[in-house]
Ligand binder design. Structure first.
Ligand SMILES: [Zn+2]
Length: 482
């Protein structure tokens, strides 16, 4: 048992799913070619006037109500002034003084499995910054940086928790839950590897929950939920060692190094930023009615827990299956799309949770990036039912179809994987196996039923898995008894 209590706060930036950027009509879409999604507004040309996208407000409002926040009926945008080349205007437009949502919460399991509310202090709207691309052309002064403003002005919500997360595991579960809620609500695709969800953490230790907060450090550059958990574990150990020695933790920003699996100082003592925040004079305030908020709340779609309960009730799935399938909206959608084409929930569940998910993990991709469509899944399962292929071979077919993009039927045809349905062909092989294994026949006749399993295995081997074990079994018994 550690003698300190960890106090963790998380700041998550999420890119909203909208057609356009927050204050201009430039497309909100990821492209590789730099500076194509830009215009005078998001490049910060003098005189260009911003106008808030109603779509972005709608998405931010959904996020706020989905996270159980109080919604400010009157809020506005502020200019956060600082100089950095990824901010073309010299300031970022954000909601500093009055956030759209405040005092929300989200329910997770604590380390002992009990339900716990993580406090969400605020959910506010802001614009994203551009991206710096660093390069080197050789020579002494060959280092250079280029700026890509495609991302500048993309709508974000920043979601800030209160200091009531107390372990790295809680932090990870909070992030998983947050991602699930935002995906279900259709607010964001939350792809950490593409930067549409980014997380910073701050952490301090104290001797007990009745003690004042300790000095905190800030953690950045974590590119997965696992990395957040790991870096917090590492930082707790590091701070505990400092306190054990009787020294003081210093306020600093640390960067997680994925290769070294340790935190590295990024910058020392946090500069006390004076952002000189003031209300943006070019943007109208955001005014909502209580009715708008109520409507947003009513329009929230079915979330993970409700959907899991429905999967148990309507499809008769075990709770475990329902929980796994609904953990992500895209997987649950995939499952239900399969179910429309093939009416056996448990069978589909097994294949979606098993082979299909394994292939996604192997490839490191999300459901919507997989070329193995629900149609392919249904085709595969039908082929098992029709005894065209065995369940065992079907796993290979899925793998090959998943990787090549060809349909399961094409794969089976190309690879000659159809089960041997020709009775006489199979009989010949069965007879051969019988003649080659007199000892096993002997022990089978002597009452050792297990010997039959061995013989079935031999036939399956001789046919490279392309025979139906049930049929082989029957044929063997028949032949031996003859
Ligand atoms: Zn623009």
């Amino acid at each position: 048992m550690m003698k300190y209590e960890a106090v963790i706060g998380l700041e998550v930036h999420v890119e909203l799913l909208t057609d356009c950027k927050l204050f201009c009509a430039c497309p909100n879409r990821f492209v590789h070619e730099p500076n194509v999604n830009t215009c005078p507004v998001c490049l910060g040309f003098p005189g260009a006037l911003p106008q808030m996208s109603a779509d972005a407000l709608k998405q931010a409002l959904k996020a706020a109500v989905a996270l159980n926040c109080d919604v400010a009926l009157y809020s506005y945008f502020d200019r956060k002034n600082y100089f950095y080349p990824d901010i073309p205007k010299g300031y970022q437009i954000s909601q500093y003084y009055v956030p759209l949502g405040s005092d929300g919460y989200l329910v997770i399991e604590d380390d002992l499995g009990a339900e716990k509310n993580v406090v969400i202090n605020r959910v506010h709207m802001e614009e994203d910054a551009g991206k710096l691309v660093h390069g080197e052309s050789g020579g002494q002064s060959g280092k250079y940086s280029m700026v890509d403003y495609n991302r500048a002005g993309v709508p974000l919500v920043e979601i800030v928790t209160g200091p009531n997360i107390h372990s790295p595991g809680e932090a990870r579960r909070y992030l998983e839950k947050l991602k699930s809620i935002l995906q279900y609500a259709g607010v964001s695709d939350c792809k950490m590897e593409e930067g549409s969800l980014r997380c910073d953490a701050n952490i301090s230790l104290r001797a007990g929950s009745d003690q004042p907060f300790g000095t905190k450090t800030e953690l950045k550059n974590m590119n997965s939920f696992r990395a957040v958990e790991k870096s917090l574990e590492h930082e707790i150990k590091r701070q505990a060692e400092i306190l054990d020695r009787g020294d003081n933790v210093i306020t600093e920003t640390l960067r997680w190094d994925e290769n070294k699996q340790e935190t590295i100082v990024m910058r020392g003592k946090l500069e006390a930023h004076d952002y000189r925040c003031f209300t943006d004079p070019e943007l109208a305030p955001i005014e909502l009615s209580a009715n708008d908020v109520e409507k947003a709340r009513e329009e929230l779609p079915e979330m993970a827990e409700e959907r899991a309960a429905r999967f148990v009730k309507d499809y008769g799935l075990p709770e475990y299956d329902a929980g796994v399938l609904t953990a992500s909206r895209s997987l649950a959608d995939y499952f239900e799309a399969c179910l429309k084409l093939y009416d056996n929930p448990k069978e589909i569940s097994n294949w979606v949770m098993g082979e299909f998910s394994a292939q996604l993990n192997n490839a490191g991709i999300e459901v919507d990036q997989a070329s193995f469509e629900p149609e392919d899944m249904a085709e595969l399962l039908k082929m098992i039912d029709e005894q065209v292929i065995s369940g065992k071979l079907a796993k290979d077919v899925l793998e090959k179809s998943f990787q090549s993009g060809k349909s399961p039927r094409e794969i089976v045809k190309e690879e000659g994987m159809e089960q041997i349905s020709d009775q006489s062909e199979l009989e010949a092989i069965v007879e051969q196996v019988i003649s080659e294994n007199p000892d096993s026949i002997e022990s089978y006749r002597g009452g050792k039923k297990k010997a039959l399993g061995f013989l079935v295995g031999q036939v399956m081997k001789a046919t490279k898995g392309k025979s139906n074990p049930q049929l082989v079994n029957e044929l063997l018994v028949k032949k031996i008894d003859e």
